[in-house]
Write a protein that binds this ligand. Structure first.
Ligand SMILES: O=P(O)(O)OC[C@@]1(O)O[C@H](CO)[C@@H](O)[C@@H]1O
Length: 300
């Protein structure tokens, strides 16, 4: 089983519009409302690939109930820890020329609520093959929480993948995660100056076993104990990139539990990321795009 952790779970709302008129009235063509937050998206992709998953994290209030209801409707097993404050909503406005995100900060979480989550998470580790810890933190949660959760996993012999930005990313390597997955901008913020390869090495020097940098249409860079690998895309997929990183992380998590060689892991991760761009909503991927692009990804 792979456990995904989404401390800042969300109700993701996606509006599809041909083009936004920023100071006018916009008529929305397509509306999607579903449980989200990065770890939830990772779990959706893993479940679609036949992997047993468990969604964990924090959720509360009417929005938290809507999140739990949607997870049940989707058949995604979940064990979310309750919080008193209302969970957040995120809004993606998806136009032909790109997507714009509005992410609310999320609920204020108390120390007791976080402690209840940590206790439940620690007991769940006994049945986990890997954990995926992703996304922003709600208010009140310390920035080193991902290092703590990765370290608890490592102590239980469970490899962790961390996908974070800002201070949570800077702290994460201290928990000795198996993989840290920033995108190129997140890595540059965490380790300013230098190339992506140098930034990735710096995170390894701080404790991460491997660092996989996602670079959009430029593919992936992986700096690992077994060497440095590049995955290059054969063509660019157009669409909504929201959630592409989560789909990619799902591919990395599968490779981790299967113990597959890095080139195979990266090929699948890069293909899943590209296939997610072709799907209109975060957490989905286009199976036809996946099947087409997977064998064409170039690994060096
Ligand atoms: O605010 P965070 O936690 O960084 O990101 C949240 C979020 O924008 O990321 C996903 C796409 O990766 C969306 O489904 C989701 O709600």
């Amino acid at each position: 089983m792979i456990i995904t952790v989404t401390l800042n779970a969300a109700l993701d709302v996606t509006y599809e519009v041909p083009s936004v008129d920023w100071h006018g009235v916009n008529r929305v063509g397509g509306v999607h409302r579903r449980a989200g937050g990065k770890g939830v998206n990772v779990a959706r992709v893993l479940a679609a690939l036949g992997q047993e998953v468990l969604v964990t994290g924090l959720a509360g209030g009417p929005t938290g109930q809507a999140i739990e209801h949607d997870l049940r409707a989707a058949g995604l097993p979940a064990a979310l820890t309750g919080v008193a404050a209302d969970s957040r909503t995120t809004l993606v406005v998806s136009e032909a020329r790109g997507a714009t995100l509005f992410n609310e900060p999320g609920p204020e979480v108390t120390a007791a609520e976080l402690a209840a989550f940590t206790e439940q998470y620690t007991s769940l580790l006994a049945d986990a093959d890997a954990v995926v810890i992703s996304g922003s933190l709600p208010r009140g949660v310390p920035a080193d929480v991902y290092a703590t959760l990765a370290s608890l996993a490592a102590g239980a012999g469970v490899p962790a993948i961390v996908d974070a930005d800002g201070d949570p990313l800077r702290h994460a390597p201290a928990g000795r995660p198996a993989v840290v997955k920033p995108n190129a901008e997140e890595l540059a913020r965490a380790v300013p100056g230098g190339t992506p390869a140098e930034g990735a090495q710096a995170l390894r020097a701080r404790g991460a076993e491997a660092v996989v940098v996602s670079m959009g249409a430029d593919g992936l860079l992986a700096v690992t104990g077994e060497g440095t690998f590049r995955a290059r895309m054969p063509y660019t997929v157009e669409g909504n990139p929201t959630g592409a990183g989560d789909s990619l992380v799902a591919g990395l998590a599968l490779g981790l539990v299967e113990g597959s060689p890095w080139p195979d892991r990266l090929r699948r991760a890069a293909a899943l990321g590209a296939a997610a761009v072709a799907a209109p909503v975060a957490g989905d991927f286009d199976g036809d795009v996946y099947a087409d692009i997977h064998p064409q990804i170039i690994i060096t």
